[in-house]
Design a protein around this ligand. Structure first.
Ligand code: ADP
Length: 748
């Protein structure tokens, strides 16, 4: 079917696709059109990775917009929101406006009311519904990307409940759910009352197999020789073999450390075959990578890239990741060793995919756990570049004959598992029941149960696949919420003021209860006390304790005992005590950040990447903001102390720099330099002597002008100004300066 023949879709779209070389629809896309996806019909498309799901979504959205409607595209990860935004921004020249809903959870994003297409994560959509964003009522088409993630214990329930709410608000809503191939796509379709396209078609043949000994053993029984020299590991041999055929390799491993280690080692293999001009271009790319930030991760990545290899994981900054993805697509980088975080969403096809680690550490089982078939198939689906490779090959690695048989059984021949709702888990229930009541979707037990009837959980239960503990979980959750003062259960069930605040703030009620408990008992909390409090809530992922940490942080617990908000658990309550220590490690990291310690020093000391620091800082800022609102709601004196701790985290500075660091373009390091040169507040900066400002900013005129302008200086121009030598960082701070590094976390 030609794209131009699809009725309902604006004519420019087919021209736009033709420019990208897309002439006719792939078979699953044609099936989707026949099912009415461009006429407003709901659809579940369960189709293999890289088989063109995005285009199905675009047909639905653009047709909806063409009818005068509004579309929402729900992505599973924040990093993917910007990817999709970029992808859809091409539509703007045809008059379709696109917006991304980001920002904090309390924002209703009113400016989005004017957009035709909105991209957001499921969490963001959930919070927009809770905060009553008016434009949500106007939606005509909602796309849910990677809908099989409803199976995810942490994030699935939010997606599930959000889709239920959106459908309740607008009963005629078109839902287009895109899924990887799963075992029970028919159940997803039944849940969403949608048509189903369930296809295993791929644009390019995928050969799945296992490397063992000196050969590749494919699922169809065929074998190819692939020799491993005595000096090399199987992955190196595969990369070498792929390179010899002019192809690239994507290697999936199970941790960031392994990704970095593998990239470093594989760089030895890729470096051998580089041509002179490739070496030059890689050198330039490495410089660009170093320019993104001056952390160790950045340096390690640059060192690999120079030699034709790279790693890709959630600890890399967004800029690093997109530089790597682009260079890999351009075939400049020959190997990427990646954790699977973004495997599903990012379009990085490669001749061969090696799933090197098929087990991953799992906290639930306290050890290594095999990956699901679904996850492995999604990684494998990245093999083969249509139009470039004759076929793609996806390989697992076996060390023994038994393992060869096991891997063929477990992954090569196996079908993906069915997805299962995780809504009945307690943390999800308490969050979503409170939100459902607070945003007026239900005001009685019966109404709640009726609302929950629109969830996948209910669909699966009705079919007899789940055990029915829904009513019991609802009852115990209502009890919990009531007990903590979030609900009023008189005649009808209503949220209390506190309950409304908690729901609006997007907090797990258990986090809210912990925070309320902590701040109620302390009039004048310290920053560390507050950082620890928010770090031990279920909304903060704590840092892991490494060997040696237990001892160090146990000592620290006693040294700083008076600062904790709440009683320190006894060392005999092992699990709670460990949690307390891990929260202390996180809190100390935040304290160092808020005391102007260098980012790479923090990264090194806590064994984390710059992306992780950013993540913790963002979460802490949000949770402290929430604590501030709760303290206001409760009329507590600690509001000021909480605000100060929050601002310190926000800017990464000590108390005395909060005012200055808040000026746009200043940031933590420049604030310190200005302060050391005698300019201590925003007001002083507004009236400062320009020579002093220029001196403090190391003679950088453009920076100095921007900063003065942001502070509201009468005449910010630096023309003819000579820097005051006594104000330079060398003069004021002696040995503590380290050049012009303003890679404050804003860069990530
Ligand atoms: P998925 O979301 O299913 O993993 P994508 O939507 O990212 O896959 O599509 C994978 C690639 O296939 C993209 O580069 C896209 O441009 C291309 N593609 C999609 N549909 C077609 C088509 N009908 N003809 C040619 N290429 C297509």
């Amino acid at each position: 079917m030609d794209v131009a023949d699809v009725s309902g879709v604006p004519p420019w779209f087919s021209e736009h696709l033709h420019e990208d070389g897309i002439e006719s629809l792939y078979p699953p896309q044609a099936e989707a059109v026949e099912a009415g996806v461009a006429d407003g019909e709901s659809l579940v498309a369960s189709v293999p990775t890289a088989s063109g799901k995005t285009l199905i979504a675009q047909l639905a959205m653009l047709a909806a917009v063409d009818r005068g409607g509004k579309a929402l595209y729900i992505v599973p990860l924040r990093a993917l929101a910007s990817e999709k935004r970029e992808e859809f921004s091409a539509f703007e020249s045809y008059g379709v406006s696109v917006g991304v809903a980001t920002g904090n959870y309390e924002d209703t994003g009113e400016w989005l009311a004017g957009k035709d297409v909105i991209v957001a994560t499921s969490e963001k959509v959930d919070s927009l519904v809770r905060n009553g964003a008016p434009w949500v009522d106007d939606l005509d088409c909602v796309v849910s990307d990677e809908v099989h993630l409803v199976d995810d214990p942490n994030r699935g329930p939010t997606l599930e409940v959000t889709l239920a709410k959106l459908r309740r608000i607008n009963p005629n809503l078109q839902i287009v759910a895109l899924s990887a191939t799963v075992g029970n796509a028919d159940e997803l379709a039944a849940w969403l009352e949608a048509d189903l396209v369930d296809s295993s078609w791929r644009p390019i043949e995928l050969r799945k197999g296992v490397h063992y000994g000196q050969a590749l053993h494919f699922g169809d029984g065929s074998r190819d020789e692939l020799r491993v020299e005595s000096s090399e590991k199987p992955t190196e041999a595969i990369v070498r073999d792929t390179l010899a055929e002019g192809g690239s390799t994507l290697v999936f491993v199970n941790s960031r450390r392994n990704a970095e280690g593998a990239a470093k080692r594989l760089a030895n293999t890729t470096a051998e075959g580089l041509e002179a001009d490739e070496r030059d271009r890689l050198g330039a790319l490495a410089e660009e990578i170093r320019g993104v930030s001056d952390t160790e991760t950045s340096e390690d990545l640059a060192a690999c890239v120079e030699r034709g290899a790279a790693f890709h994981h959630a600890g890399c900054s967004g800029e690093h990741r997109s530089l790597i993805e682009d260079a890999f697509r351009d075939r400049l980088i020959k190997v990427v060793a990646a954790t699977p975080t973004l495997a599903a969403g990012v379009n990085t096809p490669s001749r061969r995919v090696v799933v090197r680690d098929w087990r991953r550490y799992s906290g639930d089982v306290g050890g290594m756990k095999p990956l699901s078939v679904l996850e492995v198939h999604q990684m494998m689906g990245r093999a083969g570049r249509p139009g470039r490779d004759p076929y793609g090959e996806a390989l697992l690695l076996a060390k023994s004959h038994d393992e060869l048989d096991e891997l063929l059984d477990r992954y090569v021949w196996a079908d993906p598992e069915p997805v299962e709702s995780k809504l009945a888990r307690e943390p999800s229930m308490r969050t979503h029941l409170l939100a459902t009541i607070a945003s007026g979707f239900a005001d009685s037990r019966a109404a709640l149960l009726e609302f929950l009837d629109r969830t996948l959980y209910a669909t699966q239960y009705r079919r007899g696949d789940g055990t029915d503990n829904l009513e019991a979980v609802v009852d115990s959750t209502l009890e919990y919420l009531d007990h903590n003062g979030f609900l009023d259960r008189g005649g009808t069930i209503e949220a209390t003021n506190l309950g409304h605040t908690v729901s609006r703030l997007y907090l797990d009620p258990m986090s809210a209860a912990e925070i309320v408990d902590g701040i109620e008992g302390a009039d004048d909390p310290t920053a560390l006390g507050l950082y620890h409090l928010v770090s031990r809530t279920p909304d903060m992922y704590e840092l892991y304790l490494r060997s040696g940490d237990t001892e160090e942080y146990t000592m620290a617990v006693y040294e700083r005992e008076s600062e904790f908000l709440g009683a320190v658990p006894s060392e005999f309550e092992e699990e709670r005590f460990e949690d307390w220590l891990a929260a202390l490690k996180t809190a100390r990291m935040l304290e160092e950040w808020a005391s102007e310690t260098d980012e790479d020093e923090i990264a090194e000391r806590y064994g984390v990447g710059p992306g992780d620091i950013r993540g913790k800082v963002d979460t802490a800022e949000w949770l402290l903001g929430a604590a501030e609102s709760l303290a206001e709601e409760l009329g507590l004196d600690s509001v000021g102390a909480i605000r100060e701790a929050r601002k310190r985290v926000e800017h990464g500075v000590g108390e005395e720099l909060i005012d200055l660091a808040g000026v746009r373009g200043v940031g933590r390091k420049r604030a310190r330099r200005l302060y050391d040169a005698g300019i201590e507040t925003r007001a002083e900066l507004r009236n400062a002597e320009k020579a002093v400002v220029l001196g403090a900013l190391d003679g950088r005129e453009k920076t100095a002008e921007n900063v003065l302008e942001a502070a509201g200086h009468r005449d910010p121009t630096m023309e003819g100004v000579t820097p005051d030598a006594s104000a330079t960082p060398e003069a004021t701070a002696g040995e503590t300066t380290d050049g012009e590094d303003q890679s404050s976390l804003g860069d990530f």
